[in-house]
Design a protein around this ligand. Structure first.
Ligand SMILES: [Zn+2]
Length: 260
């Protein structure tokens, strides 16, 4: 796989999707390995990687999940007035149930304050905790956000940056979540509908070079476990037509890191 080519994992045997580590020498497979997923909020894992996590389990691999916050600011879909501490409990339960459903080997929740990960002190704590976990579980790969943070959410961008530094430090190949193409083209529309969180003013999208075809039923079920985040039962209420379908059927990753 040379630079710039798109590898469609659906066209080859999924257990032999190859990509290359930093030095471009050692080929690695993505499924059937020990993968540490690092996310910012409960439900990020289900939107971006639920199908891959499950497929990794089916391929004999193990997935670990570290989630930095309990997403206590994500209250906009809750009908009743819930406090932040009540929402933390609900989202912790949901994330634990989703992790169990996706056969995640170990879930680690840091409970850092939501929407503040870009603050220096929180970045430091996050880095420290990720390094400790990597040393303990010794993953073959680390997957987290790229510099676009999918939506440009600053918590996502920080989580990706910190995870990538940790991966680099311990010389573990890094994989970034990539925005599905139709979702990318709908970002201007989505931007207007945002009700919480802090976002980067401009998003530099990474381009995927791994596309994994996933089971839409598994993905939808994982998303629906995060009930507090559903809008009348729908995990895709904010998305334009086509983008939801795309998100349910494929997951996108990049082994390159777009610095520009
Ligand atoms: Zn998130």
């Amino acid at each position: 796989m040379g630079g710039g080519s798109i590898l469609d994992a659906t066209q080859v045997n999924l257990s032999s999707v190859f990509f290359f580590s930093y030095n471009n020498i050692k080929p690695l497979t993505i499924l059937g390995q020990k993968i540490l997923f690092v996310t910012a909020h409960p439900d990020d894992e289900s939107y971006l990687a639920a199908g891959t996590i499950y497929k990794n389990y089916q391929a004999g691999g193990q997935s670990f999940l570290l989630c930095a916050t309990l997403g206590e600011k994500g209250r906009f879909h809750c009908k009743e007035n819930v406090t932040e501490s009540q929402l933390k409990k609900i989202r912790k339960w949901e994330l634990t149930a989703a992790a169990k459903f996706l056969k995640i080997s170990q879930l680690t929740i840091l409970n850092l304050p939501d929407c503040t990960l870009s603050q220096k002190l929180n970045q430091k704590t996050l880095l420290k905790k990720i390094l400790i976990l990597i040393k303990k579980i010794k993953p073959d790969l680390i997957a987290s956000f790229g510099q676009d943070g999918i939506s440009g959410h600053l918590d996502h961008i920080t989580t990706g940056q910190v995870s990538r530094s940790a991966a680099k430090k311990l010389k573990i190949p890094f994989l970034s979540f990539c925005c599905p193409p139709k979702l990318k083209s709908a970002q201007d529309q989505l931007r207007l509908r945002r009700k919480h969180g802090r976002y980067a003013p401009k998003i530099n999208y990474s381009t995927f070079n791994i596309k994994i075809k996933v089971d839409p039923k598994i993905k939808l079920k994982a998303l629906k476990i995060h009930r507090s985040q559903l809008d009348r039962g729908n995990p895709f209420s904010k998305l334009p037509e086509g983008a939801a379908e795309e998100m349910l059927r494929n997951e996108y990753f990049s082994t390159r890191f777009n610095r520009t």
